[in-house]
Design a protein around this ligand. Structure first.
Ligand SMILES: CC(C)(COP(=O)(O)OP(=O)(O)OC[C@H]1O[C@@H](n2cnc3c(N)ncnc32)[C@H](O)[C@@H]1OP(=O)(O)O)[C@@H](O)C(=O)NCCC(=O)NCCS
Length: 426
């Protein structure tokens, strides 16, 4: 009997099976010998890969990128340095960071046809819908991106994706507001340039407020990766078909668009607006407890005590509000948090504010419209998606994603001619 193994007695046959345990896991495929599959809707307890990128301990509130605590990166790193860390595995030295920054900065401009492509959207198109479609369209501009086994091709697509996401994101916003597209300014930092492309009007040179530029950079660091979440899983799953990274990343963006994932901070803002005043909070919480609505920005599949990103964000909010003035929704959010954290419903279910609870209020104070919130999540998450994709592409154990199912439909039956079907047939 292997030292680390699980003995399973199959009562149907009386046979005992030894399932090897490696790294705290049994292989679902070992269940095949018993004629069993594992059933795990939403992959709640299934490891789909081995990964060296991000570590989360949900009970302890720990989030590490390549071993470095998120709090230290938020305090001392920059988004581009963190992106390097995620993608390449180590912090860069000064020369490598300069080269990486240069490589990404040199790819910020998009082909003019991308502008025409984006012009085709309706005037009120949601910027996230535009982002999903435009990132997917990039694959037609760079057909060599399909060479996913070529390290040089992977490297250049990585630079392109990190560089062009802010440009496409800002163009989507300008389209919706009817403003002319503002071209990248490569003299500015990654986030400084993004603010330039978003908010530049007629001034010859846009100068970002350094506090807001840094705050956005920290928010980008906090959102850069979060191991096997819904969109990372989409990135890996789509990428496992060996499609180019632009197409896979469009799918990851689409996954992020949903209100339970990247759309949550937008949903938080709308919820706070709907609540309207501190006096209305108790009635709203009654609706939450009755199961009519969810308290958006609360709860997490993994963090069950606190979300370490939420703690950093709360501090950041104070710095931003010193520049922008206080967002009136903050009072509602803080009171909502205070009451909910004392309430048995939330305590018993271990529901705490997550990263999205305060990020929307900060973004709004900085001048971003609510529709842009999921887009602001997608830009930095691109670093994580790429890191996850690169790891998957180079992992010899990975094959095309193809889960099993438990079939519960009708058994085989014969086709019925249309004139012989029951009148009330579906
Ligand atoms: C994040 C989220 C999808 C995780 O969901 P999950 O791990 O599948 O948790 P479940 O849906 O199983 O919820 C467990 C229990 O808590 C409740 N619950 C979870 N999140 C809740 C919320 N935000 N408001 C009210 N109740 C909530 C569920 O109703 C369930 O209660 P029950 O046991 O009485 O049925 C969920 O907490 C949620 O919808 N949060 C709001 C959206 C959000 O902020 N998303 C951003 C994540 S970063």
């Amino acid at each position: 009997m292997a030292k680390d193994s699980l003995s399973v007695v199959d009562n149907r046959t009386g046979r005992t099976y030894e399932l090897p345990i490696e790294d705290g896991a049994i292989r679902a495929r070992d269940l095949q010998q018993m004629g069993l599959v594992s059933y795990d809707p939403a992959f709640g307890n299934t490891a789909s890969c081995r990964s060296r990128i991000t570590y989360i301990d949900g009970d302890a509130g720990v989030l590490l990128y390549r071993g470095y605590p998120i709090e230290q990166l938020a305090e001392r790193s920059t988004f581009l340095e963190t992106a390097y860390l995620l993608v390449k595995g180590e912090l860069p030295n000064a020369q490598h960071l300069a080269q990486w920054t240069h490589n990404i900065t040199m790819h910020t401009i998009v082909h003019e046809n991308i502008k025409n492509f984006m012009d085709g959207f309706r005037y009120d198109a949601h910027p996230m819908g535009m982002l999903v479609a435009t990132v997917g369209a990039l694959s037609t501009f760079y057909p060599e991106a399909k060479l996913i086994h070529d390290p040089d091709s992977r490297r250049i697509q990585t630079h392109r994706l990190l560089a062009k996401m802010p440009t496409i994101a800002a163009f989507a916003y300008r389209h919706a507001t009817g403003m002319p597209y503002a071209y990248p300014d490569n003299d500015l930092s990654y986030t400084g340039n993004f603010l330039n492309m978003m908010f530049k009007v007629t001034e010859l040179k846009y100068r970002p407020n350094p506090v807001l530029e840094r705050a956005l950079d920290v928010l980008f660091i906090l959102h850069a990766d979060h191991e096997q979440n819904c969109s990372a899983n989409a990135m890996r799953s789509i990428g496992s078909s060996q499609v180019d990274p632009f197409s896979a990343l469009a799918g990851a963006c689409a996954a992020l668009y949903g209100p339970l994932h990247g759309g949550a901070n937008e949903a938080v803002l709308r919820m706070l607006q709907e609540i309207g005043s501190v006096a209305n909070i108790p009635a709203y919480l009654q609706r939450v407890k009755a199961g009519e609505v969810r308290l958006m920005g609360f709860g997490h599949r993994v963090y069950k005590n606190f979300d370490p990103r939420g703690t950093v964000i709360k501090r950041l909010a104070d710095q931003v509000f010193e520049v922008t003035g206080r967002n009136p929704l903050l009072d509602i959010a803080m009171e909502l948090e205070r009451i909910a954290l004392q309430d048995d419903y939330f305590r018993e279910r271990r529901l705490y504010p997550n990263v999205d609870f305060y990020s929307g209020i900060i973004y709004q104070a900085m001048g971003f419209p609510v529709d842009m919130f999921p887009v602001l999540f997608a830009i930095p998450r691109t670093a994580g998606w790429i890191a996850q994709w690169l790891e998957m592409v180079q992992d010899e154990e990975q094959r095309i994603a193809r889960p099993r199912q438990i079939y519960q439909g009708p058994v085989q039956r014969d086709y019925v001619a249309i004139d012989r079907r029951a009148a009330d047939a579906a």
